[in-house]
Design a protein around this ligand. Structure first.
Ligand code: NDP
Length: 299
């Protein structure tokens, strides 16, 4: 079997187009412009790239983008007071504090200071609790992107066996909650799981969110399964000395020979993450103004 490639790049473009359509309607019908504020503390190069891309895509979707770049030595108190200011700003519908924060900052306190209604990353403890109890919440962007791709590919996910490898708060756990919400039978695997290969072989939907290059080989994949590879790992390029290459947590060559469908790395889950951040900002704007949930952008 040769798997269907789930093209996250193309699907993310579709989601961004939906976002842009909603944004245009909010402007014309309600004189509203969804606004996203991004806070970056310090000069971590990877974070700077993410923040630049977020700002660019926010503007391209017709939304307002507010960037706050703070010195690495900014105190906890000053970061919290910026969050308070953004919470109170009616032009800001979504707030994202780029992680990781410098070591002297208590990240949990900062994240939990964001108004839950503006917490477009879905990391605030209230949103975690709402998602865990099946209530309307802001959903973390990466798992939301995975869910959108799965729904698009499968339609109903009800009754399918889903295995999520990884139990992090930002990917594994919320992914498992979302799949449970779709009535999948969900197993969460992690570094202490016994017989991981056997657990994976039972999956109709296999989500790998581990951070270990090409850890999941094709013979862990059930024939015909759908494989969502969240991993982003940079390894030495096998053919180009001195260069690197991005790979996922799944061995694409062997897995794509067995799976029914698979996301590639790059070009799978990655592009969906920022698209879902824009989607969450539109959702937050609609909710803040008592408008209906934007179609096709929520969990
Ligand atoms: P974390 O490091 O927070 O979590 C990794 C999880 O994998 C842990 O639960 C860990 O288990 C588990 N794990 C580690 N080793 C093994 C193993 N040998 N067997 C089984 N499970 C194992 O990572 P994240 O969840 O933040 O990210 C996971 C991957 O997804 C990374 O590659 C990251 O770069 C990528 N990512 C991609 C995004 C995107 O936009 N595409 C966004 C976010 C992340 P335990 O808890 O027992 O230690």
């Amino acid at each position: 079997m040769t798997a269907t490639i789930i093209d996250g790049k193309a699907f993310a473009a579709t989601v961004r187009a939906r976002v842009a359509t909603h944004v245009a309607a909010l402007k014309s019908d309600h004189d509203l412009t969804p606004g996203l504020a991004v806070v970056l503390v310090g000069e971590d190069p990877a974070s700077q790239v993410y923040v630049r891309n977020k700002g660019k895509q926010t503007a391209e979707a017709g939304m307002a983008s507010f960037e706050h770049k703070l010195d690495v030595a900014t105190s906890q108190k000053d970061i919290l007071s910026l969050v308070d200011q953004l919470n109170a700003d009616p032009e800001v519908h979504g707030i994202l504090v780029q992680l990781p924060l410098p070591d002297h900052v208590d990240s949990a306190e900062v994240i939990n200071r964001i108004s839950p209604a503006k917490d477009v990353d879905g990391f605030h403890i209230s949103n975690v609790g709402l998602l865990g109890t099946g209530q309307k919440s802001m959903v973390p962007c990466t798992p939301l992107g995975c869910l959108m791709m799965l729904r698009d590919h499968h339609g109903s996910l009800s009754g399918l066996n889903a295995v999520v490898v990884g139990r992090s708060n930002i990917v594994g756990k919320p992914m498992a909650q979302l799949l449970l919400g779709e009535s999948c039978t969900v197993t969460i695997a992690h570094s202490r799981t016994k017989d991981l290969a056997d657990v994976c072989r039972g999956a109709d939907i296999l989500v790998a969110a581990v951070g270990r290059p090409e850890m999941v080989p094709g013979d862990w994949v059930k024939p015909g399964a759908t494989v969502i590879d969240v991993g982003v790992n940079r390894i030495p390029h096998p053919e180009k000395p001195g260069k690197t290459k991005l790979v996922g947590d799944v061995d694409f060559a062997s897995a794509s020979a067995v799976a029914g469908a698979i996301t590639p790395v790059p070009g799978g889950v990655g592009p969906m993450t920022i698209a879902c951040l824009l989607a969450n900002t539109v959702t937050a704007c609609c909710r803040a103004n008592g408008l209906p949930e934007p179609e096709g952008l929520t969990a």
